[in-house]
Design a protein around this ligand. Structure first.
Ligand SMILES: C[S@@+](CC[C@H](N)C(=O)[O-])C[C@H]1O[C@@H](n2cnc3c(N)ncnc32)[C@H](O)[C@@H]1O
Length: 244
């Protein structure tokens, strides 16, 4: 039997084949998201100092990593997809950014060598893991951070009323189709059908059990959330658990 035969195999995640999509993904994000606004929101909270280092997990096309590199000494930009990493690295070269290290790895496999980190950021990526493995990923992030270190987690997280999910999703998806076209609407259907986005109360519980204090949480359209957190302790995961 292979070692860790029970371990979730991250590359098997449902959803887009990011390897083949880097350029299209990058273009779509610039069209459909306020990418610069999101970056500023996260950087404001992190308040990075020139001697600090940041890890981004699920960096994708690297837009946040490249912006953060202007404010700190080193950014570790990790992703499972070699195609995304190649594309992001090319952007770094074109922009003359030399202090970002692009590294293959996932939430469950990346091992950070060296001093504890000041901050970890992950955006629109944690939903690729089922809930149990999200909890493990959050515990691993807490371990990699220095005491008082910061975590910024943005993702597709549901804060609508699940008892009214049909009405909510029909309306949300038809508005998305009007605003961004049928292909984008189809990608939202696919996300809801197959991917592991979870509810806000579950996400909060997992973040707190991993040893973080949520300083601020922002929800948008019942469908997206940003959690700005500070590491408090490594042992909160034990709280509230009991065994016979
Ligand atoms: C929707 S994209 C988000 C990219 C970028 N963070 C953004 O905000 O635009 C999700 C990214 O997460 C990566 N990913 C998926 N599962 C992952 C995992 N288990 N560990 C690390 N990265 C993962 C994908 O390869 C992809 O680049």
């Amino acid at each position: 039997m292979p070692a860790l035969a029970w371990q979730y195999h991250e590359p098997d995640h449902p959803g887009a084949n990011f390897d083949a999509l880097a350029e299209i993904y990058d273009r779509n994000m610039q069209r459909f998201r306020d990418v610069q606004g999101e970056i500023e929101e996260v950087l404001d909270f992190l308040d990075l100092q020139p001697d600090q280092s940041v890890l981004e997990i699920g960096t994708g096309t690297g837009e946040f990593a490249l912006a953060a590199a202007r404010c700190c000494t080193r950014v570790y930009a990790v992703d499972l997809s070699p195609g995304m990493l190649r594309y992001a690295e090319k952007k770094a070269q074109m922009r003359g950014v030399a202090n970002v290290e692009f590294l293959p790895g996932g939430f469950l496999t990346y091992r950070h060598e060296g001093a504890p980190l000041h901050a970890i950021v992950s955006q629109i990526a944690l939903h690729h893991l089922p809930d149990f493995w999200k909890q493990i990923a959050l515990l691993r992030m807490a371990e990699m951070l220095a005491e008082g270190g910061k975590l910024c987690l943005r993702d597709v997280v549901y804060s609508f009323d699940p008892a009214k999910h049909g009405e909510f999703l029909d309306e949300f998806i038809s508005k998305a189709a009007e605003k961004a076209g049928p292909q984008f609407a189809r990608s939202i259907c696919e996300h809801v059908r197959n991917e592991y986005s979870t509810m806000d109360w579950i996400m909060r519980g997992m973040i707190e059990r991993a040893g973080f204090k949520i300083e601020k949480a922002t929800h948008s359209q019942g469908f997206f959330a940003l959690y700005l957190c500070t590491k408090t302790t490594n042992s909160a995961s034990a709280e509230g658990n009991s065994n016979d």
